[in-house]
Design a protein around this ligand. Structure first.
Ligand SMILES: [Zn+2]
Length: 229
């Protein structure tokens, strides 16, 4: 066998083994992403927010920017809920106040559990959006952490702040309590944060630009936890 050929063969083989054994994936979830045209602006008493109206678009933007940055060399997986929040709030332990159905038995949550247990997830980001007329309206995005995962939130906000000094971008940080998706990730020893994006005016270029900058910085920050190499 000529040595040039041999070299190529080993190169191919190690690349293959790396993909098989060391592949790491970023997981994004959207438990409140499903809206329909009759209900998009309604609120419901238990949760106050019927659906996260810009999450679908935000998840797509994450995927677009991620694959653009890494040219498909890194992995991202998105699991978006396609059922109404009024039927079951997938981000809580129970679907609703009747406390009969546990969300972890629902398909959307089982899909997440399967990913967490089988595909070597290095970070989970649970993506939400909030109406712009709420008390958090001054934030373009805020981070929720819980279950001893504060250091990730502190580190992310520091990273974004350092990279947005000359902009009007404003990020918040809060402690959450009952967010069951990031709780499940934590139980399985996977770092996880919940990100709430402001439901921006899609005609407002400054707000769109700010959101794009934030998503790009979140991606740059989170891939440090990818240990494919
Ligand atoms: Zn939400």
């Amino acid at each position: 066998m000529d040595s040039k050929f041999k070299y190529k063969y080993y190169k191919y083989k190690s690349k293959y083994l790396k993909l098989k054994g060391g592949r790491k994936t970023l997981l994004l979830t959207g438990p409140h992403a499903f809206c329909n045209k009759h209900n998009i602006n309604k609120t419901i008493s238990e949760t106050g927010h019927y659906c996260d109206s810009i999450v679908d678009k935000t998840l797509l933007l994450f995927r677009e920017k991620f694959t653009e940055k890494f040219n498909y060399s890194k992995n991202i997986k998105i699991i978006s809920n396609n059922k109404l929040r009024s039927d079951c709030d997938m981000n809580r332990f129970y679907c609703n106040k009747e406390k009969i159905r546990e969300t972890r038995n629902e398909k959307f949550r089982q899909d997440i559990t399967k990913e967490l247990e089988t595909t070597n997830i290095y970070f989970l980001l649970d993506i939400h959006s909030f109406p712009k007329d709420t008390e958090n309206k001054n934030h373009d995005m805020y981070i929720l952490w819980q279950d001893e995962q504060q250091r990730y939130a502190d580190d992310l906000i520091l990273y974004i702040t350092q990279h947005t000094e000359n902009t009007n971008i404003n990020i918040g940080i809060y402690k959450g309590e009952n967010n069951d998706i990031i709780k499940e990730a934590h139980e399985k020893k996977i770092p996880a944060l919940l990100l709430e994006f402001k439901e921006i005016d899609l005609q407002n270029n400054n707000e769109i630009e700010n959101r794009n900058i934030i998503i790009s910085l979140v991606i740059d920050w989170v891939v440090q936890y990818d240990n494919t190499n």
